[in-house]
Write a protein that binds this ligand. Structure first.
Ligand code: TMP
Ligand code: ASP
Length: 239
């Protein structure tokens, strides 16, 4: 299937229409952004690595019975997905304290969170993706309580599958962000799962292996993304 008109360009992916109105083409670019687009760089091969990483994870979720928008990977940097009507919220689950949770609540980085937390953030770069709750979502029409309950259920179901997947490969899934949309009226997992949108630490050394390497200027960003993929058994091609 050939891509046609560009529908939308996000910070790291471009979305194209296809000849099927229910299907979109996602192109993973090398652009890497942090701090709501305030820090942007091109990291060679990031698009290809993340596309292949995402395809692998989406397949693992499908194998575990979790439906997603993912249809198939087309080539190194592109895949096909179902067209969703996106909910403008980010669902974040945390197994360990890191990032904004530490800043907001003064918790020490690395503390285990039992049970894991679930948070909602509004997707709005200009506002700095503020944390919101289900009351805000309902009042402002971003989602409703039934959809939020479903997103929460699916986000925790993803946690059960991926926590084990990473643990079995010697890594800790610290936290991650998921985005959902509506497909034929039902909540369905969309967007991507890659080291851009989660925190992954080496289980022994606690070394950071995700986009915090970019955010914090630690270097070797894509080398670590590849290492995470390699440990999971991904054989990257054309990158
Ligand atoms: P945070 O600690 O900055 O709130 O981020 C929590 C997790 O969500 C972390 O894995 C990064 C991810 N995330 C994104 O991928 N995009 C975003 O816009 C935000 C706010 C978080
Ligand atoms: N994805 C967001 C951004 O670009 C936030 C982040 O990952 O730090 O800017």
């Amino acid at each position: 299937m050939q891509k046609t008109k560009e529908l939308y360009a996000g910070k790291a992916k471009s979305v194209y229409l296809t000849d099927d109105p229910d299907t979109l083409l996602l192109e993973f670019r090398d652009d890497t952004s942090a701090f709501d687009g305030k820090k942007v760089e091109q990291l060679e091969n990031k698009g290809a690595v993340n596309n292949q990483f995402n395809a692998f994870i989406m397949q693992k979720l499908a194998d575990a019975g979790i439906a997603t928008h993912f249809v198939e990977r087309l080539d190194a940097q592109r895949c096909l997905v179902r067209r969703l009507d996106m909910v403008p919220l980010e669902c974040v689950v945390r197994n360990r304290a890191a990032g904004s949770l530490c800043r907001r609540l003064g918790v020490e980085e690395g503390v285990e969170l039992n049970p894991p937390t679930f948070e909602l953030f509004l997707k709005d770069d200009e506002l700095g993706d503020p944390m919101v709750n289900d009351s805000h979502a309902e009042t402002f029409g971003w989602s409703n309580s039934q959809q939020i309950a479903e997103m929460k259920k699916q986000t925790f179901a993803v946690n059960e599958v991926l926590k084990k997947l990473f643990a079995d490969a010697g890594m800790i899934l610290v936290d991650y962000k998921l985005e959902f949309g509506l497909y034929r009226g039902e909540i369905l997992l969309g967007d991507e799962f890659s080291p851009d949108g989660c925190r992954i630490w080496d289980a022994d050394t606690l070394e950071k292996m995700d986009k915090d390497r970019f955010r914090q200027g630690l270097g070797s960003v894509i080398e670590f993304y590849r290492e995470v993929g390699k440990r999971l058994g991904i054989e990257f091609e054309n990158c």
